[in-house]
Write a protein that binds this ligand. Sequence first.
Ligand code: ADP
Ligand code: MG
Length: 712
Amino acid sequence: MSNCNRNHAIHAIAARVPAAPSPAAPASPDGYGADVFNEAAMREYLPKDVAEKLLATVNAGAPLDPSIAGAVAHGMKEWAIDRGATHYTHWFMPLTGGTAEKHDSFLDPAPAGGAVFQFSGKNLVMGEPDASSFPSGGIRSTFEARGYTAWDPTSPAFIKRHANGATLCIPTAFCSYTGEALDRKTPLLRSIQALKKATVRLMGLFGLPEATVKVTLGPEQEYFLIDRQFYLQRPDLLQTGRTLFGAPPPKHQQLEDHYFGAIRPRVLKFMQEVEDELWSLGIPAKTRHNEVAPAQFELAPVFEELNLAVDHNMLVMEVLRQAAARNGLVCLLHEKPFAGVNGSGKHNNWSIMYGGRNLLDPGRDPAQNAIFLTVLCAIVRAVDKHADLLRTTTCGAGNDHRLGANEAPPAVISIFLGDQLADVLGRLVSGDAGAAAAPGTLRVGVDTLPALPRDATDRNRTSPFAFTGNKFEFRAPGSSQCCAAANMFLNTIVADSFDAISDKLEGVPADRFNAALQDILRGILRDHSRVIFNGNGYSPEWAEEAARRGLPNLVATPDALAPLLSEANQALVEKYGVFSAAEMASRHEIALEEYGKKIAIEGGISLEIAKSMILPVASEAYSDAAQALARAAAAALDSGATALRARADALGRGLDALSAGCADLEAALAAGAPSGILAAMASVRTAVDALEHEVDDSRWPLPKYREMLFVY
Ligand code: ADP
Ligand code: MG
């Protein structure tokens, strides 16, 4: 038997005629946001007073005036119909990891026959999807299956197009009958509110007038592309999003020739399609490039307000997948689709704007620098006190393979500040104002605070949480994860730190403010500097050093999720109204259950592939080799028998190892413990990958790494 499927795939890919470059046409930003019900659309389709009221909610966070819902719905419907929409949907983020939509048409049959398109204020403001089939972690009792979706006016409605029309999508929060959050947006919005409040309070103590706070996010999205022909021949990719088998090819990423390399025309065509669509959706896709691993790429947007940026990232992932399918490709968003090469992350660039000023920008004037140092110290305190909580947001069956794999930060959460900034903080503690007047430094204004270096942006790619000049970059989150998770806790713990500082500053007379501030910051650094680490986060020495410093190192998902149940963490999220203890426990239950199910699925498909795809071809190869050996012996040939014996032996040993591995995996699956399943899967993989080198290439049923990663 010869397995031709792989070769067919390669021939088909080889026969693809590359699309010619498009004729020179002036690139234009004109269509940007054309499919978004943005300010321009509101002004065109809504009565003036209605538009003003809605914009006050969108831009300044004013409470929504319920009386305008009907008028907004009418204008939104007219706008959507003008763009070809026939249906609308409340678009939300249940706890499945993706987004959800249930379409309703605008159609309203008229009693006299015929029909009109209708869309009421009630349709806009609230939906009642059946919640019983979404994960709720025990929150939603079975007799109350209703869930509610509630319009989020701060994220604009948009149009999703398909070949035969379009759908109006209305971003919504999703909660239970009793108001518990069943989604990712609700706690995110609550956390943004908490951080805004704490920021206004702290800035007020610095004497700043009240201003609008905007939490900002720029998520860098990494992904892989492979040809769809290969994908369809990999049941592991189809079922789990990652390859469970595959021997490492001789050439993978060791020549470092892919990163920032010239982008292949087929990929560039795909990227352009992605960006055209994103721009229509008002998503500011900005940067595209080849990433480190072969067939790995990145897309980065211009940063936006956090809630909007989270919605936009969910759409980015969807558009990537769909555009890939149109181009005969598959976009893999899994954190570790291929063993042995880099996995994919989603670097979470986060900052806070106060009235147009970035609080993480060291800035020009001394007063601003005092604020900068305060915010920095608050974040150091937050991350040290609640590293375990941040870590919970990066867990998962996928990201477990990426974190700590010498390509992504380890499970230990630490902060990188760079040597210069660390030096500034060191002098803050020691009270040595240092080279305040030296050139190239900035005066901080508070006499005793040290000067700041003008460019504090060293680079360190090994830190999970790095200061990068004017923002923090949380690098641990995985490529498939929803940004809401990490940021809801980041906001909460920083709000808590801001409040802790405000509690101490409040009531301090103006003439003692600077001294009091310095004392507070010094105290924070004394207690929390252990979380600052500027060295190589990938080194084994750091793991040891981190243990000496008492930093948590929660490696596997089940352990890393446990902090969701700690009393201290539950009290914190309750204090800031982000989660009730019950909601928090439900998140734990859902995440743990999802983890267990995913590992069981991986184990199941691993066993199936091993037994029904690999074992047969390995047996045939063995049988052929054994027969060849027998024939050689019968013919009493002078040579060749040693080689044939060696090959038959190698195949036989491989078969034995494989069948032993399968028996272990079968037992582990029956026992059900994820750690047992993972261990057994690893030994099955070792056996299969070894056989890949022994079995004739023409028989091997699974597209190989060298094909998937290089033939596209
Ligand atoms: P890198 O060197 O990590 O590629 P970039 O300057 O390209 O850094 O920024 C990466 C991401 O960080 C981009 O999405 C960018 O918009 C975002 N970013 C920049 N400034 C901020 C900020 N103040 N708040 C949030 N994200 C930001
Ligand atoms: Mg980056």
